[in-house]
Design a protein around this ligand. Structure first.
Ligand code: ZN
Length: 432
């Protein structure tokens, strides 16, 4: 049997930045016979064809055109980004040591970044043969550390310490003589000349592969489980699914951690334009597009909080998932999660078909909680949507913990969803 956890951990290790996430998805889609589309070219889609499109090299949408007349879209949305530190454009800060100047990307837990080997990955924009080209780069070695202050120097260190991104979390790059050597190292890793680098988007990442922990290896401990566990699980289910009468679309958007309001985020026109262009290429009129939307369903997949073993009081009693308890369906009365009675019923029916357990997440009612992709993309492309995810601990730490069994459950649920014929009629909803 395929070991989904190992495949997921391989994927995460090979995806140190959102650009690597998209490149690795694109590579597996190409290997599976998918054609890359460009947004600036004419789309001539074929019945039975398989395609994907990317934007900014950090968001990717894959879809298949069914051989039959489609009745709607079956969609999933997850995100390619994760909280981390981004290098400033002039990163080196020289003094007694050389440190790197960074800023926070996303709402992170900062303390876990201390005292571990870190490296740098992302992309550089390089002048090459008269053009500006993008190169992915991964320094792929234990390179940096953010050192803690010793307990002897700060006796209050265990009593709650305020951390400042401009002081406390600057990574140590080298001794004095390391000054001026960062960009040459980046250039070497990218296989280019340092003076030809015109721009960069470079991020820190935690070194090392994720692993299993727990008495029976039942937990997964890894960087970036939010949201690469869902992004990978949805893509895997999408690839494994058999054909249905719907157009299956698997979306992985960048910039969820900073609000999605970017040209490639879930709040952009990327999804709407892609769905419309599929319809235009198939020769459909506007009304046909709107009718397809009315018979469509989206799974917004982003991790949810498991009840914390040391702090169960932060969870809502009765609506708090556990690791390995099944796929989490997320509810919020104010629609920060899009789930409602209808979409939860559809998703639970899919999970029953897949023989996958579900569990429920709701914020403790006095805590605000987060929001996710579903409600944001619904404001642009309104379809019935359920917010789901995998239960996890330590969300937005640089190393998070989830349930090993849940990874497989998500893949199975998404495989069944993408292979389902869904009809929303006036007398009820049919899933076949
Ligand atoms: Zn997330």
């Amino acid at each position: 049997m395929k070991n989904y956890v190992d495949s997921l951990l391989d994927f995460i290790e090979q995806s140190p930045s959102c650009y690597h996430v998209v490149e690795n998805f694109a590579a597996s889609l190409r290997a599976d016979g998918y054609t890359a589309l460009r947004e600036d070219e004419h789309w001539q889609l074929q019945r039975g064809g398989k395609y994907f499109v990317t934007r900014n090299s950090s968001s990717i949408l894959a879809f298949r055109v069914p051989a039959c007349e489609p009745e709607g879209f079956l969609l999933s949305a997850a995100h390619s980004d994760f909280p981390t530190f981004k290098l400033k454009d002039n990163p080196e800060k020289a003094g007694q040591y050389v440190q790197l100047s960074t800023e926070k990307y996303g709402g992170m837990l900062m303390a876990p970044w201390f005292d571990r080997p870190l490296s740098i990955a992302g992309r550089v924009l390089v002048r090459e043969n008269g053009k500006i080209v993008t190169k992915l780069v991964n320094l792929e070695r234990d390179l940096l550390v953010i050192p803690s202050v010793a307990i002897h120097m700060n006796r209050a260190a265990n009593d709650g310490v305020k951390l400042l991104a401009n002081v406390d979390t600057l990574p140590l790059f080298g001794g004095k003589d390391a000054a001026g050597s960062l960009m040459p190292l980046v250039a070497e890793a990218a296989g280019v000349e340092a003076e030809n680098i015109l721009g960069h988007d470079l991020y820190l990442y935690v070194r090392g592969r994720g692993t299993r922990v727990g008495a029976n290896g039942e937990f997964v401990l890894s960087p970036k489980l939010d949201d690469l566990a869902c992004a990978w699980g949805c893509m895997q289910g999408f690839l494994e699914a058999s054909d249905s009468a719907a157009i299956p679309v698997c979306c992985v958007f960048d910039n969820e951690e900073v609000g999605s309001e970017t040209k490639q985020g879930a709040a952009s026109n990327l999804l709407r334009d892609t769905l419309r262009r599929i319809c235009i290429s198939l020769g459909y009129e506007e009304e046909r597009y709107l009718r397809l939307l009315a018979n469509s369903f989206m799974v917004s997949a982003d991790n949810g909080h498991a009840v914390h073993p040391n702090h169960p009081e932060y969870s809502d009693p009765g609506n708090s998932p556990v690791l390995n308890g099944g796929v989490v369906v997320k509810f919020n009365a104010n629609q920060h999660y899009t789930t409602d009675g209808v979409s939860s019923a559809i998703f639970r029916a899919v999970c029953r078909k897949a023989d996958v357990a579900t569990q429920v997440y709701a914020n403790r009612s006095d805590l605000p909680g987060g929001s996710t992709l579903g409600s944001i993309s619904n404001a642009r492309v309104a379809v019935r949507t359920v917010d789901i995810g995998l239960a996890q601990l330590a969300m937005h730490s640089c190393v998070e913990t989830a349930g090993a069994q849940d990874v497989e459950s998500l893949v199975r649920a998404m495989r069944v969803l993408y292979g389902t014929n869904l009809r929303m009629d006036t007398d009820g909803i049919t899933l076949e």
